[in-house]
Design a protein around this ligand. Structure first.
Ligand SMILES: *Cc1c(COP(=O)(O)O)cnc(C)c1O
Length: 412
């Protein structure tokens, strides 16, 4: 875990948050600067909550930084999708009013036990009969017959991947097996759900429609009704090479799927559409709300050696090859609007040759040692993936007033 410390740059409070340029001009940071945009995160959360016809669970793994969690809460999100006991403890401590859900399909017994008995978590995901048995055993006092049902049980379905990142390789079962698990879970469940993940950064709303259809098939095969369909995460944001369809298109595809669910009588809630919808967005709520400022330590042709890299906040710029928006911060120079740009690759600070980010990052052709670069859309899966490898652990986190470096249609 990277050490972050709060720099008191805004004594007058949130209204007086500084700009990235002002901070960099003043502090001339030689360590990476992680810039959080709380207003951007809150706005993205607000828009998602407003658009999505169901409960919105923030996927905590995407960025568990306390200031991010508070901004998501400020945007109206009241549910948190946690995958570990430390995430559960963090949310409980910071946001006592939050609803916490334990949606990792494979959990340690002590984690299940503590989540239920210590933190009051009642919702659990699973994708095997063995895991269901663990959940039932660790949550119900042994030998207690006739105890009221309190568990929310969610079967993770494997679906075709529509996203840039596969999230079905490890978890999720085919429809036939999901049906058997739904049947097995129903007697233990106060509420029964089916969940899936179409893959992160999913640019195709149709992937949700297809997943909903498969979920309906699994429920029909099971012969039991479900209360909740949890469509997972995967909602995309803009990157330099991708402008996603507006959020409405996703909501439309999911809503159509839910209606068919209702029409087929597969829902148990008695709501209009027969099922309650949940979503677990991570990236969509927070990506635009974070950027990283790095400093150039050496230029060699079209390669820039900078002070953060794939073992730091820029993991996704490495092998996954995500493109991030980049700009030079105009310190001690007036940046001409029409300064010629050139494509650069970046190298991070560690000694591993894998610490390479091929980009291309579009930057002024005359960029040189000492210049600062801001890389955007890094509020998701950025700072939370930092390691201390090779001793590079000096990043500082601050809050800024800047808008996101790229807008995403529909929210944020
Ligand atoms: C990672 C994850 C999410 C969040 O995914 P995004 O693509 O960031 O929206 C949601 N649910 C589960 C189960 C996850 O593993």
């Amino acid at each position: 875990m990277a050490k972050t410390r709060l720099v008191s740059v805004h004594p007058a409070g949130r209204d007086a948050l500084p700009s990235v340029d002002a901070i960099v001009g003043r502090d001339r940071p030689s360590e990476p600067l992680l810039c959080l945009r709380p207003a951007t995160i809150a706005a993205a959360a607000r828009d998602f909550v407003r658009s999505f016809p169901g409960d919105v669970l923030y996927a905590v793994k995407c960025n568990p930084e306390p200031r991010v969690l508070r901004a998501v809460w400020a945007g109206g999100v009241r549910h948190f999708d946690c995958a570990s006991l430390p995430e559960i403890a963090l949310v409980r401590r910071l946001l006592p009013g939050a609803e916490v859900h334990f949606m990792h399909p494979v959990k340690a017994r002590p984690a299940i036990h503590a989540a239920f008995h210590r933190y009051g978590v009642t919702d659990f995901a699973f994708d095997s009969a063995d895991e269901l048995e663990k959940i039932v055993q660790e949550t119900v006092p042994v030998g207690l017959v006739g105890a009221p049902l309190v568990l929310g049980l969610f079967v993770r379905l494997a679906v075709a991947q529509g996203g840039a990142y596969d999230l079905s390789g490890k978890f999720g079962v085919p429809a036939m097996e999901a049906a058997a698990l739904l049947r097995a879970a129903r007697p233990h469940a106060a509420r029964l759900g089916i969940c899936f993940h179409v893959g992160s950064q999913c640019l195709d709303p149709g992937a949700y429609a297809r997943a909903m259809a498969l979920a309906a098939e699994a429920v029909a095969l099971s012969g039991v009704a479900v209360d909740i369909v949890d469509v997972g995460g995967g909602f995309p944001v803009s990157y330099p090479d991708a402008t996603p369809p507006p959020l409405d298109h996703y909501v439309g595809a999911i809503g159509d799927g839910a209606a068919r669910f209702g029409a087929a009588g597969l829902g148990a809630t008695g709501l209009d559409n027969g099922v309650r919808l949940w979503a677990e967005p991570g990236r969509a709520l927070v990506a635009g709300g974070g950027s990283v400022v790095v400093q150039v330590q050496l230029r060699r042709g079209d390669a820039l050696y900078v002070n953060d890299g794939v073992y730091g906040s820029l993991s996704d710029a490495g092998r996954p090859g995500f493109l991030f928006p980049a700009r030079r911060i105009p310190v001690d120079r007036a940046e001409a609007e029409d300064a010629p740009l050139r494509e650069f690759a970046l190298y991070g600070p560690t000694c591993d040759s894998a610490d390479h980010m091929k980009g291309p990052f579009l930057l002024p052709a005359d960029i040189e040692e000492g210049d600062w670069i801001e890389l955007g859309q890094l509020g998701a899966y950025g700072a939370c993936l930092r390691t201390r490898f090779n001793g590079f652990d000096g990043a500082v986190t601050i809050e800024v007033a800047d808008p996101p470096m790229l807008a995403t249609p529909g929210y944020g």
